[in-house]
Design a protein around this ligand. Structure first.
Ligand SMILES: *Cc1c(COP(=O)(O)O)cnc(C)c1O
Length: 240
């Protein structure tokens, strides 16, 4: 069961990797600069294990409890766990202690708590700042859709860069869903420009990473500079 499951997942991963390579090539980028996160939220431990057997190196999860249960069942697997869901501040400790990366740092309170727990654990936590670059009110993330206000936004972010146990590596976004992925392009492009804007303000951070693009639009995101794409459905099928 797990063997045939991991075979079909393997084929899907190979297909996605081919599209990643093609998208990178189309804009003269090196496909090696794009990391594929296989998003296993809503899937069982068995499916997650099959994905790992099929070669997934980065696993994305949205919910702390669900992820911890999987980590416990798959203790020796050689993968990096990435938190890509909204994090409540009371879960900050679990995230810092169990995940390699957090893509969804979206407010100062959580940043301070993560820093505190990272200090306690004696680690540096790589984080991405989740930014809302569309004006959709329902989305999480620092609100950064109004370009005219980017200077104020930079001021708002400044305290994050004083937290010594957080390593800001870049930005993450989730644009509104469009059936046509081309419609998401302006948001990916805007996130990249926001990153370029912040590089000058906070040169102490590396700013290498842009986490953007999901099953429906990762090719477009790569053309706009994505270094992490977060793909679930295209590899694992629909979630229950
Ligand atoms: C669920 C989820 C994904 C994966 O979405 P698919 O459409 O299944 O590829 C990516 N990023 C985030 C933040 C998610 O919540």
């Amino acid at each position: 069961m797990v063997a045939s499951l991991s075979e079909s997942i393997s084929e899907n991963i190979a297909q996605v990797m081919e599209r990643i390579a093609a998208a990178a090539r189309s804009v003269g980028r090196d496909a090696a600069d794009v990391k594929l996160i296989v998003v296993t939220k809503g899937h069982t431990v068995e499916v997650t294990q099959a994905a790992i057997q099929a070669g997934a190196k980065y696993i994305g999860e949205n919910y702390v409890q669900e992820a911890l249960a999987k980590m416990e069942s798959l203790p020796n697997e050689d993968v990096e766990w990435h938190m890509i869901g909204h994090v409540q501040s009371r879960k900050a400790r679990d995230v810092v202690e169990n995940f390699a990366w957090m893509h969804t740092l979206d407010r100062l309170k959580v940043a301070r708590r993560c820093d505190q727990f990272a200090a306690g654990a004696g680690v540096q936590m790589p984080v991405l700042l989740e930014c809302n670059v569309s004006s959709e009110a329902s989305k999480h993330g620092w609100s950064a859709w109004d370009e005219m206000r980017w200077p104020e936004f930079a001021e708002e972010l400044a305290p994050v860069f004083e937290l010594n146990h957080l390593e800001v590596q870049g930005l993450m976004t989730m644009p509104p869903f469009f059936a046509d992925p081309e419609e998401a392009r302006p948001y990916f492009e805007k996130l990249r420009r926001l990153r370029d804007f912040l590089v000058d303000r906070f040169p102490q951070s590396s700013w290498k990473e842009l986490s953007m693009g999901m099953s429906n639009d990762y090719a477009v995101a790569i053309q706009e500079g994505a270094t992490f794409v977060r793909v679930g459905t295209a590899i694992l099928g629909t979630r229950s």
